[in-house]
Design a protein around this ligand. Structure first.
Ligand SMILES: C[S@@+](CC[C@H](N)C(=O)[O-])C[C@H]1O[C@@H](n2cnc3c(N)ncnc32)[C@H](O)[C@@H]1O
Length: 554
């Protein structure tokens, strides 16, 4: 097992029974409490309260930017309790896995929940993995407090603490046939609770190779953790995880969705609509999701969906919908949809009922070709001879173009020379959609028509920077009326409501825009004609979209 160096008892006074077994994992059943260098244990303090206190201490000992880089956002006690409450009651032997355990808040919440239920487990075996040495001593204290709580409730409780890299050790465990040969681990885990670290992993990194070996191609650590843990569950094992919502859509997470939901049956999803609601003290910008799933090839007939703004005892919205409404079996992109109420259903029905696909319209959408740091030598502050306008998101404001922007730090032009030919497109009409919207923006999809007018008219070509998506026809311009109709449709509340059902982050991928249904060409042209050119007022846009789509349905 190499790096899976289980933590050993160093304190001779410690009343712990320790058994070392093959592969170097250390198992321990502890029947006492001990004091540690990092704080004293008060017998009255619950495991979760202790985890909260030690978590603050542990975080204070680390630099904020280091924690951010390492994905060390510990779960606040209220959120941890919410996760623990999502499990089905467990009456038998429970073998819990907490991967990336921090100081053990989730394990502590699980233990409190399980011991507090009328139907208690017959026994509890806790396994925690943590890489951060600053957390290990504190995690051990929390695990020991869990053992103590188990004993007080008459439920035999033991734990294994692995100080090591979950990816390396998890992958190695999967390689082993007869892995769990410990006192209480003869099979895989029955339960897993987790708040995995969120961090990008590079294509040729060790983490990426390990996950590839374990059967998943993924670019983020958190999906890697979810996959490994899913594989470590026994059949019908339960998992509750709090993660960013980003895995629900987009091409990067498609291999994860395919593999993970091939193994796990989704039962419940809870989304927090405000990004900062849960991890208020930390700079977390992702929308969070709690997922409850079981290791089973058999899909449920329905999924329970819930949402709230922050930590409420009851979800603000909750409903049960057919499984196929969340994951359409016919959808090759396996996007996870969250239709949280009847208005969401209505938006979905309307968009899905539209007659055209983007391909059917003969239109394509691509990411802007100019990655500015790669074209540094050709960037120009101001337009001049042999240049083309270079359009950044900053040039789009309130649905209109504002170019050039002399006061900005960004370039306004790109030298139009043979070396940049592939980065430019013929000057003409395009629809531009920002790839990233600001948190406070009302809509996720913000579209602007690019017209070769005014000071933009004199150029032969134009460059769109990589933070923009642009709609085009075979790499060239669109008809003006079609472009105006498209932009109005994309800016509608209808598209926004539908988009939010499958996208929980501020990023708008070209793939997302490709997967939408669109009004027919005739409808889009009628839409453009019915709205004032450049109309930015939301009510006017929605009125025009609604009228055009509904009139055509009759
Ligand atoms: C988002 S934090 C959550 C911690 C804890 N589960 C909680 O909810 O409070 C993720 C944890 O994973 C740990 N971690 C990161 N990479 C790891 C790895 N490769 N193996 C084990 N732990 C890791 C971090 O140190 C951090 O404590």
């Amino acid at each position: 097992m190499g790096a899976a160096a289980g933590r050993r008892a160093e304190d001779p006074q410690e009343t712990a029974l320790e058994t070392t077994i093959a592969y170097g994992i250390v198992f321990r059943q502890s029947f006492g409490m001990r004091q540690a260098e990092n704080g004293t244990c008060s017998a009255a303090e619950s495991p979760l309260a202790l985890a909260a206190r030690l978590g603050e201490q542990g975080c204070a000992a680390l630099k904020a930017d280091y924690r951010s880089r390492m994905g060390q956002f510990l779960t606040p006690p209220g959120v941890a309790a919410l996760l623990a409450a999502m499990f089905e009651p467990a009456g038998g032997e429970v073998r819990l896995l907490d991967a990336g355990a921090g100081v053990g808040a989730l394990t502590a919440a699980f233990v409190e929940e399980a011991l507090g239920r009328q139907r208690k487990p017959r026994s509890l075996h806790l396994t925690a993995w943590e890489a951060e040495k600053e957390f290990i001593g504190r995690l051990e204290l929390v695990l020991e407090r869990c053992v103590e709580a188990g004993r007080a409730a008459g439920v035999p409780t033991s734990y294994v603490l692995n100080h090591g890299d979950m990816l390396k050790d998890g992958a190695a465990l999967l390689d082993e046939d007869d892995l769990f040969r410990g006192p209480s681990q003869s099979r895989g885990f029955t339960h897993a609770i987790m708040n995995p670290p969120y961090r990008k992993i590079n294509t040729d990194s060790e983490a990426r190779l390990l996950l590839r070996r374990a059967g998943l191609e993924t670019s983020n650590l958190y999906t890697g953790f979810l996959w490994l843990v899913a594989r470590l569950l026994e059949p019908d094992g339960q998992m509750v995880a709090i993660t960013p919502r980003s895995f629900c859509n987009g091409p990067y997470f498609l291999p994860f969705r395919e593999r993970f939901f091939g193994l796990m049956a989704l039962e419940r999803l809870h989304v927090f609509e405000r990004r900062d609601a849960l991890f208020a003290g930390d700079d977390v910008l992702q929308e969070n999701l709690i997922m409850y799933a079981r290791r089973s090839a058999k899909r449920r007939t329905s999924v329970v969906l819930g949402s709230s703004h922050g930590l409420l005892a009851k979800p603000a919205r909750s409903r049960t919908v057919p499984y196929s409404r969340v994951m359409d079996p016919a959808d090759p992109t396996r996007v996870v949809h969250l239709a949280l109420d009847a208005a969401d259903d209505d938006a979905r029905r309307t968009v899905m009922g539209l007659s055209a696909s983007l391909v059917g319209l003969g239109v394509e959408v691509s990411t802007g070709r100019v990655v500015d740091f790669r074209a540094r030598d050709f960037l120009r502050k101001n337009p001049g001879e042999h240049t083309a306008p270079l359009i950044y998101p900053l040039h789009l404001n309130g649905g209109c173009m504002h170019w050039p922007s002399p006061g900005s730090r960004k370039a306004n032009a790109l030298l139009a020379v043979p070396e940049t030919e592939d980065l430019l497109v013929p000057n003409g009409v395009y629809v531009l959609v920002r790839r990233f919207t600001a948190k406070e923006e009302r809509r996720r999809v913000v579209a602007t028509v690019f017209r070769p007018e005014g000071n933009l008219a004199a150029f032969r070509s134009v460059g769109f920077e990589n933070h923009l998506n642009y709609f085009h026809r075979k790499g060239g311009a669109l008809e003006r009326v079609l472009a105006e109709g498209l932009a109005l449709y994309l800016n509608s509340t209808l598209v926004d409501s539908y988009f939010r059902q499958f996208s929980g982050h501020t990023q708008v991928n070209a793939a997302d825009l490709r997967s939408l249904r669109y009004p027919s060409k005739e409808q889009l042209c009628r839409l453009a004609a019915s709205a004032e050119a450049g109309a930015c007022d939301q009510a006017a846009i929605d009125g025009a979209v609604d009228a055009t789509i509904r009139t055509s349905r009759r």
